[in-house]
Design a protein around this ligand. Sequence first.
Ligand code: ATP
Ligand code: MG
Length: 600
Amino acid sequence: MELSKSGANTAFNYGYLIKKIYPYIKPVMFRVILGIVVAIPLGLLDGLTAFVLKPYIDIVVNGHPAVYKSFTITREAFAAIIPWLIIVFAVVQGALKYINNYLVDWVSLKISNAIKMDLFKKLTSLDSKFFDENTSGIVLTRFLSDPDTASRSFIDSLKLLLTSAVSSLGLIFVLLYNGWKLAGIAIVVLCCAFLPVVWIRKKIKKVSNANAVLGGSINTNLNETYHGNKIMTGFGLQDKLNAKFDNQIRESFNLSISLTKRVGWMSPIMHLIASIGIAIVMVFGNKLLMSGEMTTGNFASFITSLLLLYKPIKDLGNTLTNLQNIFVAMSRVFELFDLVPEIKDKENTIELKEVNEGIKFEDVCFEYEENKPILKNISFSVPKGNVIALVGNSGGGKSTIVNLLPRFYDIKSGSIKIDDTDIRDFSLSSLRANISEVFQDNFLFSGTIRDNILMGKFNASEEEIQKVVEGAHLGEFISSLENGLDTVIGERGTTLSGGQRQRVAIARAMLKNAPVIILDEATSALDNKSEEIVQRALENLMQGKTVFVIAHRLSTIKNADEIIVINEGKLVERGTHEELVNKENGQYKYLYEMQFKKTV
Ligand SMILES: Nc1ncnc2c1ncn2[C@@H]1O[C@H](COP(=O)(O)OP(=O)(O)OP(=O)(O)O)[C@@H](O)[C@H]1O
Ligand SMILES: [Mg+2]
């Protein structure tokens, strides 16, 4: 489920993109239309200014009074109206601009948020494989900057496109009104100004994608520096990381500059084409003026609208270029939407209510990557209420085995059954509600200790919380804190010690009170006292449950009902401690002599 590095495969499939973004525009359609309606007169105001110039020059400057039916407008009256008209224009224009800005911002924020919300939902629905295959940096750029570009800039561009188009049309009308021959020449020349836009869209897509990938690596780099700050300082990695960042920044510079090189000439070229248009028009216009075919007013109005036309035409060109960028971002966003998690409920699932008999692994084979088998034909069963200890060499596959039970990954062949029903027949939510995990490194969310414990059961009462705090042997530590349970812990719980973090995780699991417990014991040794406290907390958690424990400590192993030894993805021995320790040349006996004997 790796996101394509190039991304944006649908960037030129405009129909597909519009169809995808339409559901987000639909709920705010009324305001979109209102915004557009308001933008129309805004665009027309330029044309109006140029239009009024003709009567102004003919009546006021040249002194030809205008006769409208039986009503004659004198030179003086017209001159007196003009200053008022200017102010009225400005007021109307200002009010319309304000309304338009408000509507456009409102609409684009709404759309952007809706897309972000759906993307976040998508992110939380994806399975472990997605997170294994895509770096946090890639995910950050895809989830944070692309949706903004896809929605906010999209709506902004639409608005600009529309006002520029309306403004251009208005001005072109004034051109035609003042002299269709001249207008014809001007329009043909201006149309040529749009040709370069088509040529550069491929380049824009390439650079935009490369930039997104690079932005992802930069984000990952920042993220790693943040979370690995102690390793960085301890190992003196600053220079190396600085050099890596420097490389990324340089590459980003090269990319941006290469785009500027290709796209930067568009604006001057358009300017040149427009100037040529004006020059040609001047030559012909002069002739028409001399021959008396055009009045001075017509000519002035024509030239003014031609000059005014330059800005909206330039904006149109820029917006079309921008839209290419936006479509690329949109395409990347919708690529995410199209991801389907591999692990999901099948049709007609059953709810797992309780575990009555036990859990069975039958001939389970598993691989993370194709054709690299990790687990090979693993079979064992755990009766309800028993504790099974998994031991074996590092990298043998113990954590992998227990990750299969809550379906963080799905097996390749064989089956895992709870009370004779395949776990894939249960709904994911009910399956996971019946399993509590305490992992090797326990992740805590930023917030308070209470928030983290409550993740086991959000509606827990104060007594329930107190009970698990005691059960997890956290009481003494928490009462030593000024704010007790409401103490804020840093991101990932960095302000707590390893043992404290572990006990918070144990309390969280205790509160969840699921019948099946998965325990991946930390390999890093805590000091004897903390070790003992954590051990007692774990014993409380395990009471009366069906437990899978990846054990590194002798006490846990001895107390287990059965031990299975996993080596290189195979189950090589099983039995109780007494049975296995007496087996000549046994793998367990070896592990015991080498490791467990020294632990408590
Ligand atoms: N997400 C993953 N993607 C690909 N390979 C993985 C992934 N997680 C683990 N592996 C590989 O699977 C194998 C088994 O790993 P696993 O974590 O199950 O070992 P383990 O027995 O728990 O080891 P330890 O005692 O050190 O925790 C290892 O070779 C490891 O490199
Ligand atoms: Mg492990």
